[in-house]
Design a protein around this ligand. Structure first.
Ligand SMILES: Cc1cc2nc3c(=O)[nH]c(=O)nc-3n(C[C@H](O)[C@H](O)[C@H](O)COP(=O)(O)OP(=O)(O)OC[C@H]3O[C@@H](n4cnc5c(N)ncnc54)[C@H](O)[C@@H]3O)c2cc1C
Length: 365
């Protein structure tokens, strides 16, 4: 984005373009357009042609080298000849239920990642098309069982909408009104704990500490609490009695759960029975309403496995040899993050390897 701005071709909005493909319904129009605009600006800069609504279906291989792509466009099949190389950047496979079940032999093998589990990516993306095309062209796929599950899914879709599970002063409470995990734990620990709860779901409960002003924009979701309430995906209760009535969580359990957390937040105990420690300056006892709450479920968030590449973004076969003309970058690749990606590192991954792949392809003879 900075490079486009520096070139004098300003774009309308400084928000991250990568989100456009993953959650268009979450971001407002100016943000969606910023992704498309930035791509268009880049295309103008480098004299590129962008083919929207065109699905790549196959790589064209000649004498062991990748020399083009077959695709299905709005008006029928398309073939693109690649004189310098093809870069696969089609994202992960989290939305492809059959594929993820086939490779689910790792830490989630007991969880059954079937159609009842959603995905935080929109479903037309993240189908693993790039992996499938690359494998057909001889690429090795690695680490496919390394799937990241996030506890912040919206029931039904798995999209990560509205109030977030990240940050402080938010409680995970099951439908019996009981806390069941240290809310500060890692995503996989939280998700595993949710899978063990009745209905594999929980109420995410926050209060005015997190949302002191209903009209302020929540930086994590890009929405105001006022909007979230109006759309009905987050609910509000004035006190614990009302919260209990609205959710069906027994009041005595609810009160005991919150008090358990508050004892740690008040530093009366070093850690509560789940291991929660109030070590952050933002950790405060949650005593007063209004309370804000939403039901959440685990969702497939990131697939760490994929196409094997080297540090030049070359796609490799099982012998570690480069498949000439083929590069890959981003979530379609495997092995960059090990078994579990740290939050924030996907953007670093796609920026570094996207640039490397593009540069190497552009300078190919
Ligand atoms: C809700 C959410 C929040 C996230 N937050 C963060 C964060 O804060 N920090 C961070 O580092 N990471 C975050 N991630 C992860 C990160 O955004 C993704 O890993 C990253 O966007 C992957 O980038 P990519 O370019 O490899 O793939 P994608 O962004 O998935 O883009 C792939 C593109 O290829 C297209 N495509 C797929 N198949 C085909 C085909 N056959 N033909 C043509 N086009 C195709 C897709 O439509 C899509 O536009 C988040 C992910 C989600 C879902």
């Amino acid at each position: 984005m900075r490079r486009i701005s520096a070139s004098g071709k300003m774009i309308s909005c400084p928000n991250s373009p990568q989100f456009c493909s993953i959650e268009p319904n979450l971001w407002n129009c100016s943000r969606i357009n910023s992704g498309v605009d930035s791509n268009k600006a880049l295309a103008r800069l480098h004299d590129l042609k962008i083919m929207l609504e065109t699905k790549a279906t196959d790589l064209i291989v000649k004498n062991g080298a990748v020399v083009g792509v077959k695709a299905m466009g709005k008006n029928g099949p398309v073939e693109v000849t690649a004189t310098k190389g093809v870069v696969i950047a089609t994202g992960g496979f989290g939305s492809n239920v059959k594929y993820r079940q086939k490779v689910n032999t790792g830490i989630w093998k007991e969880a059954k990642l079937d159609e009842r589990i959603g995905c935080s990516n929109i479903s037309v993306a993240a189908q693993g098309d790039g992996l499938i095309m690359a494998e057909k062209a001889g690429a090795e796929l690695i680490g496919l069982a390394d799937i990241q599950v996030h506890p912040n899914g919206t029931p039904g879709t798995g999209l990560m909408l509205d109030i977030k599970t990240s940050g402080r002063n938010r409680l995970f409470i099951n439908t019996n009104g009981d806390r069941f995990v240290n809310e500060g734990a890692a995503r996989d620990v939280l998700s595993k704990a949710v899978f063990a709860q009745p209905g594999q779901t929980y109420w995410l409960v926050q209060n005015h500490l997190r949302y002191p002003d209903e009209n302020a924009i929540d930086l994590l979701s890009g929405r105001t609490m006022h909007d979230m309430l109006e759309q009905g995906r987050v609910k509000k209760a004035k006190d614990l009695e009302e919260l209990s009535e609205m959710t069906g969580m027994p009041l005595d359990h609810l009160k005991a759960s919150i008090e358990e957390y508050n004892r740690a937040a008040r530093h009366e105990v070093q850690a509560d029975k789940f291991g929660f420690r109030a070590t952050h300056t933002d950790d405060r006892p949650m005593t007063e309403g209004p309370w804000y709450f939403a039901k959440k479920v685990p969702t497939i968030h990131h697939t760490m496995g994929g196409i094997r590449i080297d540090t030049n973004a070359h796609v490799l076969n099982a012998k570690g040899q480069w498949i000439k003309g083929l590069y890959a970058a981003g979530e379609t690749t495997g092995g960059v993050h090990g078994e579990n990606r740290l939050g924030g590192n996907a953007v670093a991954d796609l920026m570094v390897f996207g640039r490397t792949a593009g540069r190497n392809a552009a300078s190919a003879k």
